[in-house]
Write a protein that binds this ligand. Structure first.
Ligand SMILES: [Zn+2]
Length: 199
């Protein structure tokens, strides 16, 4: 499946998912017919936040074997995550990578709090996540001014997705060498269930 077909599949799946959310129905995930033991050929890689309200397969209405999912707070990318994307694209053949941010993201909110207060996270491990999101927060503060933390966070969510898309390509010669690869940013609204793909 090429990147265009994979993106269309995710969009259709998410449309169906929003109907489930709207109707408050139990989520039924269809599974692939191919036995799992025969290997995997995921249609897309999704790099998403670890937030428990972001069940990636559910929100695209995808089944077993369809998505190669990497989840980390703030949907940031360090070497191990970039290596995971490289594996999924160069070995498993996925042609689409989706970087998925979401509304009410705690990691982005933490980065906004740190930037506005001038204080760092106590844990160096948490500080590393915040550090990766900080360039997006700084851009958002320039746009809105420091008195509007809610707007700053909303803007920073999308800017962070854009930054992570660029960082992924910039840091990976393997991904640069796959011409048909498509990296797209997206944002999930946890109230409606809708995923908006960013330009
Ligand atoms: Zn989050």
């Amino acid at each position: 499946m090429d990147a265009h077909q994979a993106l269309a599949t995710l969009k259709t799946g998410n449309q169906r998912f929003t109907e489930f959310v709207t109707n408050n129905q139990a989520i039924v995930v269809e599974h692939n017919h191919q036995p799992a033991s025969e290997g995997q050929a995921p249609i897309a890689v999704v790099v998403a936040c670890s937030d428990s309200r972001l069940p990636v397969e559910h929100l695209f209405h995808c089944g077993l074997g369809q998505l190669f999912v990497i989840r980390v707070a703030g949907n940031v990318l360090t070497e191990t995550q970039i290596g995971s994307v490289e594996y999924a694209c160069s070995v498993l053949g996925a042609k689409l990578v989706v970087i998925l941010g979401h509304s009410h993201c705690g990691a982005v909110n933490a980065a906004v709090d740190c930037a506005l207060s001038g204080q760092a996270m106590a844990s160096p491990n948490l500080a590393e996540i915040v550090e990766q999101i900080t360039p997006a927060v700084d851009q958002a503060i320039q746009q809105h001014g420091s008195e509007h933390p809610i707007q700053i966070a909303q803007t920073a969510i999308e800017l962070n997705v854009h930054n992570v898309c660029h960082r992924l390509i910039e840091k990976s010669e393997v991904l640069q060498s796959i011409p048909e690869l498509n990296v797209v940013g997206a944002s999930y609204d946890i109230d409606s269930g809708k995923v908006s793909f960013l330009d």
